[in-house]
Design a protein around this ligand. Structure first.
Ligand code: ADP
Length: 242
């Protein structure tokens, strides 16, 4: 059974269908990239999955639950998902630790459980020595690790990433790309990863959905997309370098 299942998903702003009849099945534990040029509807699709936007048409199922349709929108906090934004959205007045445990405090977990989960996630994201720092004292890559730790400590079923490497310089990008894949493989959640960068998608994804003007042009493994593009758009987009 698909873990995230988009069925004819459509979002219109005014008369413009920014997401246009998108259907996509993502199996549990897969890392899927939504790949395409700027403005093709990737972030809007991600925000629909997260529950920050309501669809104009179509449905989103997560596991056995219908979470979005025109008639029903489950709020984001009931979807068992974490989303990491391009800007990371860390709270500047909170330390690394306070940022990471905030979600657990909201869930009213006891102190011992929080301490155990915190120790584990600090170790796995290599943040132990930075635990008492503030976000403003960290590099871009370190802030990204904090955003990952904060997203993962609540043990989401689904992780949503919006251009997670766009604020990093070139040599950090490769390191964080590897890190995102490593954490995904370690925890085995489902990841939906938005990017406009072909090489990022090619090296990270199990499956790539290439988007063009609000529609999915092709879905396939990186090898499929590269070797057997099904449209001229896909061939040109994959062939172009940034
Ligand atoms: P991508 O992530 O692929 O760059 P987006 O999903 O952010 O694309 O945006 C797709 C299109 O939808 C763009 O043309 C954008 O201007 C438009 N759009 C996004 N959000 C809104 C909104 N709230 N109101 C009107 N238009 C929007």
């Amino acid at each position: 059974m698909a873990s995230v299942d988009l069925r004819g998903l459509t979002k219109r702003f005014g008369s413009l269908a920014v997401v246009d009849n998108v259907s996509l099945k993502i199996d549990h534990g897969q890392l899927v990239c939504l790949l395409g040029p700027s403005g093709c509807g990737k972030t809007t699709t991600l925000r629909l999955i997260a529950g920050f936007l309501e669809p104009s048409d179509g449905e989103i199922h997560v596991g056995e639950r219908l979470v979005s349709s025109r008639a029903r929108t489950l709020p984001p906090e009931q979807r068992n998902m974490s989303m990491i934004f391009q800007s990371y959205a860390l709270w500047p007045h909170m330390t690394v630790t306070e940022n990471i445990v905030y979600g657990l405090r909201l869930r009213k977990l006891d102190r011992d459980t929080i301490a155990k989960k915190l120790a584990a996630i600090l170790a796995t994201t290599k943040l132990e020595v930075l635990a008492q720092r503030y976000p403003g004292e960290l590099s871009g890559g370190q802030q990204q690790r904090v955003a990952l730790a904060r997203a993962l400590i609540v043990e989401p079923e689904t992780l949503l990433l919006d251009e997670p490497l766009s604020n990093l310089d070139a040599n950090l990008r490769e390191e964080m790309r590897f890190e995102i894949r490593r954490l995904h493989d370690e925890y085995r959640y489902t990841t939906v990863y938005v990017t406009h960068d072909q090489s990022e998608a090619m090296t990270t994804a199990d499956l790539i959905a290439v988007m063009n003007g609000g529609r999915v042009d092709q879905i396939g493994t990186p090898e499929d997309i590269y070797a057997r593009p099904e449209s001229e758009f896909v061939a040109r987009f994959i062939g172009a370098s940034n």
